[in-house]
Design a protein around this ligand. Structure first.
Ligand code: SAM
Length: 286
């Protein structure tokens, strides 16, 4: 089977099936073998692994995954790609293509069906229009997921890795760092895709930390606080949280909690660490 990482082969497949990449599905196909090899080695795939691939496209990364892993379950929303995938993946008997929306599938069920419920690894060149909801689903769905290695927009990868005080720091950073240890594996130029996107990309690996690095009584409430704090980024935390109707906290309560934590009443959410948000959530929940 021709290596689809070679752009000549990708163009030939697209031509054979009269397929045009769909912007609405974020279709930018990888055409760089070095990048694919870095993803596979960074994801630490072995023949004992079952990989969930999100968005196989024409099957470029899927072929590399099929060579490296024991099983591959590839979830693709676009039914027009099914005949292409049937062709490009025909040499592999360890790949199953599932024609579904990743935001709707039950990942626990996939782990059950393809890996007897044991932890799976997620690998993907993610469609950028749904990066954040997909990452949050993977982190919060409680399915047995050991690690996630995904291509995302460079700025989004930087947000996942950044800490307090950085302009990139926000609710995505905190959600990712509560559930996982993020590590940017490599930056990827726009020229490695066909069609070429307008942004550069990065491959980031999120390794499940098993147990969150901080203890909080009610993590849902903590994430509501975090969302409210960053929705009104320019406001002080006292005003931002008191303005958020769903939280039902008053300015006085927030000021008193900050005082107990030794923080000034004028502090902004973007300077608080995950540990401090956890502490604030516990104080306001009582
Ligand atoms: N993996 C291929 C590659 O690297 O060349 C294609 C990656 S392309 C950036 C994203 C893929 O995700 C496309 O095949 C697209 O159709 C698919 N996709 C988009 N939205 C999806 C969704 N909600 N669920 C599953 N797949 C989706």
């Amino acid at each position: 089977m021709a290596d689809l990482a070679n752009p000549v082969n990708t163009l030939a497949v697209l031509k054979k099936y009269g397929f045009t990449a769909q912007k609405k599905y974020g279709q930018n196909f990888l055409i760089d073998a070095n990048v694919l090899e870095k993803i596979i080695s960074g994801a630490q795939i072995t023949k004992d692994d079952c990989v969930l691939e999100i968005g196989p496209g024409i099957g470029t990364m899927t072929q590399y995954l099929a060579e490296a892993a024991g099983q591959v379950a590839a979830v693709e929303i676009d039914r027009h790609l099914l005949p292409v995938l049937a062709d490009t993946l025909s040499p592999y008997d360890n790949v199953t293509v599932i024609n579904e929306d990743i935001l709707k599938v039950d990942i626990t069920q996939i782990a059950g069906q393809y890996h007897e419920g044991r932890p799976i690894k997620v690998v993907a060149n993610l469609p950028y229009y749904i990066t954040t909801p997909v990452i949050l689903k993977l982190l919060q769905c409680e399915a047995p997921i050991e690690s996630i290695a995904v291509m995302v927009q460079k700025e989004v990868a930087q947000r996942m890795e950044s800490g307090p005080g950085s302009k990139d720091y926000g609710s995505l950073s905190l959600a990712v760092q509560y559930y996982a240890e993020p590590e940017i594996l490599t930056l990827v130029s726009a020229s490695c895709f066909l069609p070429r996107p307008n942004v550069d990309s990065a491959v980031i690996r999120l390794k499940s930390c098993g147990k969150p690095p901080v203890h909080v009584q009610d993590d849902k409430f903590m994430f509501s606080l975090i969302r409210a704090a960053f929705n009104q980024r320019r406001k002080t935390l006292v005003n931002g949280l008191a303005n958020a109707a769903d939280l039902q906290v008053t300015k006085g309560e927030v000021s008193a909690a900050l005082l107990k934590m030794g923080l000034p009443a004028t502090v902004r959410g973007e300077t608080l660490s995950l540990q401090e948000f956890a502490q604030l959530a516990d104080l306001l929940r009582r």
